[in-house]
Design a protein around this ligand. Structure first.
Ligand SMILES: Nc1ncnc2c1ncn2[C@@H]1O[C@H](COP(=O)(O)OP(=O)(O)OP(=O)(O)O)[C@@H](O)[C@H]1O
Length: 259
């Protein structure tokens, strides 16, 4: 197989509710760096899939290929939706725009009419708990509030598939845990499918219906773990022996894949 941009799905994958399907995906950059090799990955409706792996193993590359920002050099990538949300490591807010105007940006770029996008933005702002901060500029926000603004901006487009590139990595633990709970609430309420990147194994297990472990570069998948805990999740689940045991198993696979 040769370089492939994302393509539309077949009837079979559509009926299985598959939104994203990677088969034998490889990524070699023009400078010869092989970032991904033989990656098979699916994300279906109702799933929240988290990818953990060592630094530089190709996690962001995988997300960029899923979003269409990058084209894989080998393999097939099938994406069954146009409504893709993307939240980056950095909130990427425009410093001169207020929270409300930042949240409206994607809808504005997509040509949504002013009245509709204002209503959508306000709904998204309320959903992420930023009501009352609409007029604030980014410099007047905490790190957590910036990420909430970034989340709200993507929510205005009502994504079916939401891609998250380690969005909470720079936040303190309390804020991160709070945002994990907010994200789970949104996942249950808005019913998007998620593909989430993190370095934190406990964050991965807490958020996900499935955790995928990648090896060191070139990244390939060395383990897949179904997470059996029901949604919505009780934050105290983190302190149960079952949760600890699964975190242990994923951590073990991560260490093995990094040898
Ligand atoms: N445009 C590019 N050209 C050449 N090499 C690249 C390019 N983009 C990424 N790489 C390389 O590909 C590998 C994977 O990068 P990527 O950012 O996907 O890793 P990552 O797992 O997300 O890393 P981290 O966890 O540190 O964010 C790295 O070695 C990186 O240097």
């Amino acid at each position: 197989m040769s370089a492939t941009a994302p393509v539309r799905p077949t009837a079979a994958s559509r009926s299985a509710g598959t939104l994203l399907d990677f088969t034998n995906v490889e990524m070699t950059f023009p400078n010869g760096t092989v970032a991904l090799r033989g990656v098979d990955l699916t994300v279906k409706r109702g799933e929240f899939v988290t990818v953990v792996g060592p630094s530089g193993c190709g996690k962001s590359t995988l997300l960029r290929i899923a979003s269409g920002l990058e084209v894989s050099s080998e393999g097939s990538v099938v994406v069954d939706t146009d409504r893709i949300g993307y939240v980056f490591q950095d909130a990427t807010l425009l410093p001169w725009r207020s929270v409300a105007d930042n949240v409206e940006l994607l809808a504005e770029l997509n040509g949504m009419k002013a009245k509709e996008r204002r209503a959508k933005a306000q709904e998204a702002i309320d959903l992420v708990g930023l009501g009352g901060f609409e007029k604030n500029l980014p410099k007047q926000l905490s790190g957590g509030m910036k990420m909430r603004t970034s989340l709200a901006r993507s929510l205005t487009l009502e994504p079916e598939l939401f891609l998250f590139d380690e969005p909470f990595g720079a936040l303190d633990e309390i804020t991160r845990e709070r945002l994990n709970d907010e994200l789970l609430r949104l996942f249950v309420e808005k019913q998007f499918a998620g593909l989430f990147i993190t370095h934190s194994v406990s964050e991965a297990v807490y958020l996900s219906t499935k955790v995928v472990v990648m090896s060191g570069r070139p990244g390939s998948i060395v383990g897949t773990f179904d997470v059996p805990f029901p949604m919505p999740r009780d934050p105290d689940i983190r302190f149960t022996p079952e949760f600890g045991a699964l975190v242990g198993e994923v951590s073990h696979a991560l260490r093995e894949g990094h040898r």
